[in-house]
Design a binder for this molecule. Structure first.
Ligand SMILES: [Zn+2]
Length: 70
C-alpha cells in the first residue's frame, strides 16, 4: 500500500485527514484550523493544494488517454 505524505510538510502521513485524495497530517490540520483566511499559512496551504492538483491532473489524464488508446 502506498504511504501517503502530507502535502504541506511532506512528512509521511501516519495520522491526519485526506482532502480530495491529498493527505494532511494532524499538525498541519491543526494549523489550518487555527489559521484565518488571510494569514500567510492559509495562503501557503492553498498554494500547496493548487500545486498538488496541477501536478496530479496532467499525469492522470495522460494515463487515462494511454489506456483509452490501447
Ligand atoms: Zn503536515
Amino acid at each position: 500500500m502506498k504511504k501517503e505524505k502530507c502535502i504541506i510538510c511532506r512528512k509521511p502521513l501516519n495520522d491526519g485527514i485526506i482532502i480530495n485524495g491529498r493527505g494532511i497530517c494532524v499538525n498541519c490540520e491543526g494549523r489550518i484550523i487555527k489559521a484565518k483566511a488571510n494569514t500567510d499559512f492559509y495562503e501557503y496551504y492553498k498554494n500547496c493544494i493548487r500545486k498538488t492538483l496541477v501536478q496530479c491532473l496532467p499525469r492522470g489524464v495522460t494515463k487515462d488517454c494511454q489506456n483509452y488508446h490501447l
